[in-house]
Design a binder for this molecule. Structure first.
Ligand SMILES: O=C([O-])C(=O)C[C@H](O)[C@@H](O)C(=O)[O-]
Ligand SMILES: [Mg+2]
Length: 429
């Protein structure tokens, strides 16, 4: 068996995305992703997926060049190689990732977001070579299916008129009735029984009303609200008081560990985060201050599936819960998320996934949700197959783009509908 990498293919693509609203703006009609393939000397191909914006591509290209001859089994070596790739400082000088709403930007985090796709691709190739599923390479599954939550968004029916976009059949959701209707559809189509509403879009009173309407329509179902740090401590405490009874957790009500710690001290509602704890370096302060009760893992920016397991172990040590975050992603990442989630004993919350919002994929067969769960594949590797024709079409869309959509920019998308729009300064309310 020859596990040496002989070829690496990087394919940036643009995938359709509905007009989903968040505190920074609205999703663009197409969003960038990067598909990574590693090919071994034996002709086995492994696939991975990560963010596709320019700053990730700029790192992925020189990193890929260093991989020739690297063993797909040498996962630790990926991190050593990544450290050799310089990060353009201008890429990380802003304190917060503008498009992604996922916390601080550092050179390390940028590298980890790139390495994660290669780690997944190497695990996929290794699994195929050994005839073992990825979860087995991670120590084995502790569950046969992984539960996901419905990721509800305030949403327009369509992208602004006149700009090229794919049509979706979800309709608008801009008030409590619309949100409940969207949740009903999610439940009908995929069987989800827990719901997360992306907040920070409308004044808190409107979002409180939407969550109350969900609680009434779906009694006993776990509910979450996530304004991405758009509220002051006072507002956060007020919302927590109003919704304390019905929330499973409140996600990133306020920005930063000190503000989250203050909210936690003044409310009994568990606080979750994918913004103030997004790197190992941020754990100590947040956990010792009791700022968060649940950390949303994400194998992309934590640096892969094994780092996700390490994060879960740290959380277990400190009695902090684990859930899972998601940005726009395709089936390769959903498969990777499912494999790692299947191996984490202390993952007791349904994971987030944008996947139902993605009408396009690069797989020959889409992954499916049954009863809100994705079955854990026991096929070798990730258990997915790349649809090369589809990949080529979505890459063609990326090539044809004039650059406007190659970097996710929710504020720019919002300015098309509202030319006065500027990214709100935080706290917004
Ligand atoms: O849980 C979160 O904070 C997210 O999923 C951040 C994402 O960027 C989401 O808000 C989005 O895509 O609009
Ligand atoms: Mg969040």
């Amino acid at each position: 068996m020859n596990l040496a990498i002989t070829d690496v293919r990087l394919t940036p693509i643009l995938v359709a995305d509905p007009p989903l609203l968040n505190t920074q703006g609205v999703h663009q009609p197409y969003t960038p992703r990067l598909i990574v393939e590693v090919v071994t000397a034996d002709g086995i191909t492994g696939v991975g997926e990560t963010y596709g914006d320019a700053k990730y591509l700029e790192l992925a290209r020189p990193f890929a060049e260093r991989l020739k001859g690297h063993q797909v089994s040498d996962l630790n070596g990926l991190f050593t190689l990544a450290d050799q790739v310089a990060v353009d400082r201008s890429r990380v000088e802003n304190a917060v990732d503008v498009g992604g709403l996922r916390g601080v930007q550092t050179a390390d985090k940028l590298r980890l977001s790139v390495v994660s796709a290669f780690e997944v691709a190497c695990l996929d190739a290794l699994g195929k070579a050994l005839g073992l599923p990825v979860h087995a390479l991670l120590g084995g599954k502790v569950r046969d299916a992984v539960e996901y939550s419905a990721y509800l968004f305030y949403k327009w029916a369509d992208h602004p008129e006149g700009i090229p976009a794919e049509k979706d059949d979800w309709g608008a959701a801009i008030d409590p009735a619309g949100v409940v209707e969207q949740a009903r559809r999610f439940k009908e189509r995929y069987g989800f029984t827990s719901f997360k509403l992306k907040g920070g879009v409308f004044p808190p009173a409107e979002e409180i009303a939407a969550v109350r309407a969900l609680a009434e329509a779906f009694p006993g179902h776990p509910l979450r609200l996530d304004p991405n740090g758009a509220w002051s401590v006072e507002t956060s405490v007020e919302v927590a008081r109003e919704l304390g009874e019905v929330l499973e957790y409140l996600e990133d009500p306020a920005l930063g560990t000190p503000a989250m710690a203050e909210v936690a001290e003044r409310t009994g509602v568990p606080l979750a985060t994918n913004m103030c704890v997004t790197t190992f370096a941020e754990i100590k302060e947040a956990f010792t201050k009791g700022a968060v009760q649940v950390v949303l893992s994400d194998h992309h920016y934590w640096g892969g599936l094994r780092n996700t397991q390490q994060l879960a172990a740290v959380c277990r040590t400190f009695g902090v819960g684990v859930s899972m975050h998601s940005n726009t992603h395709l089936g390769i990442s959903l498969a990777a998320m499912t494999h790692v989630a299947a191996t984490v004993p202390n993952l007791h919350h349904a994971c987030d996934s944008h996947y139902p919002w993605q009408s396009e994929d690069v797989l020959t067969e889409r992954l499916t949700f049954e009863g809100g769960k994705v079955a854990v594949s026991d096929a070798p590797g990730l258990g997915v197959e790349l649809d090369r024709e589809r990949l080529a079409e979505l890459h063609r869309r990326w090539l044809d783009d004039d650059g406007a959509l190659r970097d996710r920019d929710d504020a720019a998308a919002m300015r098309i509908a509202d030319p006065e729009w500027v990214t709100p300064s935080m706290p917004r309310w």
